[in-house]
Structures are given as structure tokens and as C-alpha cells.
Design a protein around this ligand. Structure first.
Ligand code: 5GP
Length: 173
């Protein structure tokens, strides 16, 4: 197993996180946000992001896993659901990486069914080439090519989440 050199360094990530937080603070001026992180991958991004957001936030989480049977069908299992009452709230959903879009699309529809005042989505990484379902992304950290990445919350078999940077991961044979 090989973790390559950083695709995005600590400095690049921190700089981009601050830019996104500034955009969010300005877009939500005068409002409160219910920030919902999708665990486990988004934990590090979310914790940096919310510390840089300047409007009041309430934090909640959702834990979901996808069981993709083919490239076009995915089944999503919810292990922990949002506890806050989301009706009439401004929700900001935080995802680590959008790949096919299946997971995020499912969660988006699930949240919209509970009638929030608004729902925006913030993803750290966007692997556009792999998209199967079109999901609207309001804030994106970085576009990336079709490579498997680890670090800054993202795992391979639950390892490497603690790396402070993002790197391409190659499985050696
Ligand atoms: P989607 O439903 O968009 O296909 O899948 C999104 C989920 O797949 C992400 O939340 C993440 O858990 C996982 N994923 C997709 N691409 C990568 C990747 O390059 N690295 C890691 N660590 N996880 C990925």
C-alpha cells in the first residue's frame, strides 16, 4: 500500500477551508446554520470549517454507508440520523468527497422531505468524472481527477484518516 506525496498540502487545505468559511459566513449573514456532517469522512473538514465560520452554528451529524451493487445502483444505510428538528432551519450538509453522487443525492432527498427552510451542500472534494447522479453542490473545496485519495478524514479500510494532508492512494499488488 502506498500513500503518495500530498495532492493537497496542509497549507493549501487550510487556505481553501478559510475561503469557503468566508463565503459561507457572508452568504448566511444574519442567520443561524444547522451544520450537518456526514460521518465519518467529513469529521476533520467539518471541524476546521465550523471554527472558521463567523455566524452562529448548531452541529449535528448523520452516519451513512453505501452498498453499491453496480455502478448505477446504490443502497444507502443510515446508522445515525440527524437529531435536531430540521423543519424551517437553514441546513448546510458537509461531505468529504462526491464520487458517483449516489450517497449525497439520497441524503439530500431525505433531508428535503423533512422540509428545511433551505439546504445547501458543501463538499471538500469533487470527483466530477465519476458522477452518475447530478447533485447540486454549493461550495466545493477542490476538483480532483479519478483517483482514490486518503487523508484529512478520508480513509482506506479505516486507515489514514488522521493524515493532515490529502494524498493519492495506490494499492500495491
Ligand atoms: P458516492 O455515493 O458519491 O459514489 O460516494 C461517496 C463516498 O464514497 C464518500 O463519502 C467516500 O466515503 C467514498 N469515496 C469516494 N471516493 C473516494 C476516495 O477517493 N477516497 C476515499 N477515501 N473515499 C472515497
Amino acid at each position: 500500500m502506498v500513500v503518495g506525496k500530498p495532492l493537497f498540502t496542509v497549507e493549501q487545505i487550510q487556505h481553501r477551508v478559510r475561503e469557503i468559511a468566508d463565503a459561507i459566513s457572508s452568504d448566511y449573514e444574519g442567520k443561524d446554520i444547522l451544520v450537518v456532517g456526514i460521518l465519518r469522512g467529513a469529521f476533520m473538514f467539518m471541524s476546521d470549517l465550523v471554527r472558521a465560520i463567523k455566524v452562529p452554528v448548531v452541529i449535528d451529524f448523520i452516519i451513512a454507508s453505501s452498498y453499491v451493487k453496480t455502478d448505477s445502483t446504490g443502497e444507502i444505510k443510515i446508522h445515525y440520523d440527524i437529531r435536531e428538528d430540521i423543519a424551517d432551519k437553514d441546513i448546510l450538509l458537509i461531505e468529504d468527497i462526491v464520487d458517483t453522487g449516489v450517497t449525497l443525492n439520497h441524503l439530500r432527498e431525505r433531508i428535503l422531505a423533512r422540509r428545511p427552510k433551505s439546504l445547501k451542500i458543501c463538499a471538500l472534494l469533487d470527483k466530477k468524472e465519476r458522477r452518475l447522479v447530478d447533485v447540486p453542490l454549493d461550495y466545493v473545496g477542490f476538483d480532483i481527477p479519478d483517483e482514490f485519495v486518503v487523508g484529512y478524514g478520508l480513509d482506506y479500510d479505516n486507515n489514514f484518516r488522521n493524515l493532515p494532508y490529502i494524498a493519492i492512494f495506490k494499492k500495491t499488488v
